[in-house]
Design a protein around this ligand. Structure first.
Ligand SMILES: [Zn+2]
Length: 98
């Protein structure tokens, strides 16, 4: 990062350099459900190993790779309790992780 080269009215450039593909996904946040408090974020699963899939705990249907979906975990149980949900299933989810 060469700071000196950015001085000529190009401050906006900082924003343009953000990874635009990430902006379509929601910002990680917490949500209250009946079962507790969850850390929630959306993912396309693009960091996962190839061929990796997840089974949504709500509808018990596989989430195909490349589908934007919701990852959530109980903040009290920690990230190991995370599950992958279809976006619409997350909305239906009552907060009790299987
Ligand atoms: Zn589902």
């Amino acid at each position: 990062m060469a700071r000196g080269k950015r001085r000529r009215g190009v401050a906006k450039r900082e924003y343009e350099e953000l990874d635009v593909s990430r902006l379509r996904l929601s910002i990680p946040h917490t949500e209250q459900k009946r079962g507790g408090e969850f850390q929630v974020q959306q993912t396309m699963g693009s960091n996962a190993e190839e061929g990796k899939t997840w089974v949504c705990p709500v509808c018990v249907v596989v989430i195909e790779p490349g589908i934007v979906h919701t990852v959530a975990w109980d903040i009290h149980r920690g990230v190991q309790s995370r599950r992958h949900f279809h976006n619409h299933c997350w909305k239906l989810f009552d907060g009790i992780l299987p």
